[in-house]
Write a protein that binds this ligand. Structure first.
Ligand code: NAG
Length: 416
């Protein structure tokens, strides 16, 4: 029976604990594993002796020979695997001191949205499993601050977690039958050490995005930029695969870091598609019809000036035709007005030669025009190339804008 002479006397159980280790958090099964030293004190009115006469103040007694309060932690999910201590200590005044190590696997609602900058708050609820408030009442020894300070001093293993606070609260919970029972709640806050995740996940992602950003500088006409970007996307995919173990996997919420990583991949894939589109415009434009007038006006004049690529001045064509020699040659026959037949014959011959030369010149001009066309592409193709370059520059600006805005907003969410 409960060790009181008069059954209407309540047994006060004093509870305290020291958090000795934070062993880990399992996001999937939503449990926090900790190691605590629990200590309980209560009064046993049947084990009182005279210290003077017996000559001893404290004695150790096997726990299973005594009444011990049935204090449990409500959040317990597993059997206590800590080594069992068979003894309790008795004082001559009847005080019983019971201390035992407990490996607490407690259920805890984990919110990993802010991973790896998350703080988890888990509750340990101590209460007597069957005794009501009229039989057993719970009391905290010392204050929250004492427990927190002692835990900080004694903490041996924290893993990737850091203890940031312990708060306690005593609650008297009414039962359905009209009586009450005592509960002592401890709120344990732990913060994750995020350095490892920043170094292994966030910084490499930022580097790859930066490389992707800089690849826009590669001149698209002479270097196959899409090949470069494809390699980057491939590299990032391998990176994601290899770091997959670091990410928490849980069904209920998607952590912000997953959004961040997906965003990086999306940006890379989008810029790859953009490059493919621009490459198509630049290389395949020889077979396109001329761009429509509105597009020329809008893209070449307006957008071109906006992104700093103003339309080129019209190229001066047919420079060769302004060769002064051709004009002189044409003028020669009209000026010569010889009367003699020999001279006439000579002129006739000259005219013939002139005709041949003129034909030759026309042929040469045709060849020249053809070669120039082959080298420079058709005027419509040139327009398309200019349009491609302008759109490339414009999308690059959009890309920088979107990347910085989304990164800054994610960082603000994390910091706040
Ligand atoms: C037990 O304690 C209550 C209140 O303290 C008292 O009314 C009652 O008489 C006591 N009973 C005995 C048997 O001492």
């Amino acid at each position: 029976i409960r060790p009181v002479v008069n059954m209407s006397v309540v047994t006060q159980v004093k509870i305290s604990f020291i958090l000795f280790g934070i062993l880990g958090v399992d996001e999937k099964s939503q449990v926090l594993t900790t190691f605590i030293w629990e200590s309980l004190e209560w009064q046993n009115e049947f084990t009182v002796w005279d210290q003077e006469e017996c000559g001893v103040e404290w004695i150790a007694v096997a726990r299973n020979l005594l009444w011990v309060p049935d204090i449990v932690i409500n959040e317990f999910m597993e059997k206590n695997l800590a080594p069992s201590v068979p003894y309790t200590y008795l004082h001559s005044s009847g005080l019983v001191y019971d201390g035992l190590p407990v490996r607490v696997v407690s259920s805890c609602s984990l919110n990993i949205y802010l991973f790896p900058f998350d703080i988890q708050r888990c509750t340990f609820t101590f209460n007597s499993y069957i005794h009501l408030s009229d039989a057993v009442q719970l009391e905290l020894v010392g204050t929250d601050q004492d427990i927190f300070q002692a835990s900080i001093n004694k903490m041996a293993t924290m893993g990737e977690w850091q203890l940031v606070g312990i708060k306690s609260e005593k609650v008297v919970v009414p039962t359905l039958e009209g009586s009450t029972y005592d509960e002592l709640r401890f709120f344990v806050s732990v913060r994750r050490h995020s350095t490892m995740y920043v170094v292994n996940l966030l910084i490499p992602s930022c580097f790859l995005i930066t490389v992707d950003l800089f690849s826009f500088i590669l001149p698209i006409q002479s270097i196959d930029r899409s090949l470069f970007k494809m390699t980057l996307v491939l590299g990032y995919t391998v990176f994601l695969l290899s770091t997959n173990d670091l990410l928490p996997n849980t069904g209920n919420t998607i952590p912000l870091i997953n959004v961040f990583l997906s965003l990086c991949l999306t940006m890379m894939v989008t810029s790859l598609m953009e490059t493919i589109f621009i490459t198509n415009l630049l290389r395949g434009s020889a077979h396109y019809t001329a761009p429509p007038r509105w597009m020329k006006a809008f893209v070449l004049r307006f957008l071109g000036r906006l992104v700093g690529l103003p339309p080129k001045p019209e190229p001066q064509e047919h420079l060769v035709f302004k060769n002064p020699d051709t004009r002189e040659m044409a003028d020669v026959p009209t000026e010569s007005k010889g009367n003699e037949t020999t001279e006439r014959k000579a002129t006739l011959k000259e005219a013939e030669t002139l005709q041949v030369l003129k034909n030759l010149s026309r042929d040469l001009q045709a060849i020249h025009r053809h070669v120039v066309q082959q080298l420079k592409g058709s005027p419509s193709s040139e327009d398309w190339i200019q349009i491609g370059l302008i759109i490339d520059r414009l999308l690059f600006i959009f890309y920088i804008f979107f990347t910085s805005v989304s990164f800054v907003s994610i960082i603000i969410i994390w910091v706040a």
